[in-house]
Design a protein around this ligand. Structure first.
Ligand SMILES: *[C@@H]1O[C@H](CO)[C@@H](O)[C@H](O)[C@H]1NC(C)=O
Length: 167
């Protein structure tokens, strides 16, 4: 659905009720993060793809959390698409990573996005942020040289209250 389509649809659903939408974040449950690394994109790409495959099955969520049920959809040197399903609610989020090598080919900039497929999802307890962050942390990239993250509550639903151990 396009932007106006879902704004209209949400207005129709909530227009006659008393539901107040007070969060300051994106109107739809989603998250956009920019990451920077002083390592080549090839290394970032391989780390992310390996981690997505490692967390394919439910077994990696045996102790709870959301570090499971990732599914690689497509990958091609500077692009990764995957889906993440939450273990119990079974809601599905679409994830993409776009990798851009800097002029210094030893540096990589990653634009990451996670969006809930449910068009009516507004709050997500930070799940869309954690979908992305957990892969970064799990693959060890949060400890990579030059690691820098840029995001905000404006770009990511409930980012500042996210607990990625749980969500
Ligand atoms: C996140 O949740 C876990 C499990 O409930 C808890 O142990 C931990 O303290 C929480 N972390 C933060 C930062 O709230």
């Amino acid at each position: 659905m396009n932007l106006m389509g879902w704004i209209l649809a949400v207005a129709l659903v909530f227009g006659t009720s008393n539901v107040k939408i007070s969060s300051a974040g994106p109107f739809h449950a989603q998250c956009k993060v920019e990451w920077y690394f002083s390592v080549p994109c090839k290394q970032v790409f391989e780390s992310l793809v390996t981690q997505i495959k490692k967390w394919r099955t439910m077994s990696s969520c045996a102790m709870g959390g959301q570090k499971c049920l990732y599914k690689l959809q497509a990958s091609a040197s500077h692009f990764i698409a995957a889906k993440h399903t939450t273990p119990f609610k079974k809601s599905v989020d679409d994830i993409t990573f776009r990798l851009v090598s800097s002029l210094l080919s030893s540096h990589c900039h990653v634009s990451a996005m996670s969006v809930s497929e449910n068009w009516y999802a507004i709050k997500d307890h930070g799940t869309n942020y954690c979908n992305l962050y957990n892969l970064m942390e799990g693959s060890g990239l949060t400890d990579a040289p030059g690691y820098k993250e840029i995001t905000s509550d404006f770009l990511c639903t409930q980012r500042s209250s996210a607990n990625c151990t749980v969500y």
